[in-house]
Design a protein around this ligand. Sequence first.
Ligand code: PDD
Length: 283
Amino acid sequence: MRTVYVNGDYLPESEGRVSIFDRGFLFADGVYEVTTVLDGKLVDFDGHAARLERSLRELDMPMPMTRDALLEVHHRLVAENDIDEGLVYLQVTRGAADRDFAYPAEETEQTVVLFTQAKPGLAKAPEKGLSVDLQPDLRWGRRDIKTVQLLYPSMAKMAAKRAGHDDAWMHEPGGTITEGTSNNAYIVKGNTIVTRQLGNEILHGITRAAVLRLAREAQMKVEERAFTVEEAQSADEAFVTSASTFVMPVTSIGGKAVGDGQPGRIAGRLREIYLDEARAKAL
Ligand code: PDD
């Protein structure tokens, strides 16, 4: 049985409890982070801690503990649960209060929950690329805040799976792609990598920031701009990035093969250099 962290206590998972009045439960009034574990160490912990602080600030919530205290909780859970490859999930909500759309007038005690998931083989080279479906992006307008309000991405992923795909890329009226259901989306045309610019329309991926920096350091050309479904379907390569998938090739978009239908060379190269750095810098 796993050990989980709930509001200061390390408990067997069956003993973790949160109030039915928790605003995370009633209003999705909470944010989360997913940090990857490789070789028993945390990948880009500081990136995730910084984004957590930003998400909380956007919702008028403070950080529930210092960066060092948070790191210690992560390390203790990784050690107690003997995680070599996997992830640490963290969720912070505004806490319990009588149900009211207004934030509670009196400051509530935040709910802080962390747990691990073991994922042996996480960093193995993918045997094939992903087939992504196309689904309209019907999420709310503040996708830059990493809230636990994930029902639409979940619906879009299920629609994609029912249609025989692995995942979905979401698009807006006008036909531009925003991102995947739980990852950032990229296409490659010639030697140029194209991915949506940062804004309220997408999550500011921690993996995205690292991959774009590494791509530029490797003298690859990067364009941060919106791209259309048609551009994506006629691209030479495509891929996604996220904490748990690193850089993952996409070989089919909306039923059309991308390039020659095989995982792309640039995606493969970026995955290698990303994983090398992630392992070298992990805490
Ligand atoms: N998802 N876009 C969305 C909508 C996401 O949910 C995620 C992450 C990303 C990639 O962000 P990062 O590189 O920081 O993981 C982009 C996480 C992994 C999840 O919900 O499980």
